[in-house]
Design a protein around this ligand. Sequence first.
Ligand code: ZN
Length: 75
Amino acid sequence: MTRLEWFQSKIGHMLYRHAICSCEHCQSVAKLGIIVRDENHAQYLYEIEGTGYQGESKLRYFETMEEAKGQSGPS
Ligand SMILES: [Zn+2]
């Protein structure tokens, strides 16, 4: 399964990532997760993953909050 296929298999499911900044969106995704809405959303998440955001740490999505937390904190 490619990473894109993984995102597509998560349509309708909740994904989590750690907050890479203190903005409302990041805090929300870290605490509440984000639901992959449809094919376009899966494609979007796939494309932004690994690209970094505002020059900060790279984005990485996980199936559980626990896994995402393991990625948190400045290195
Ligand atoms: Zn943010």
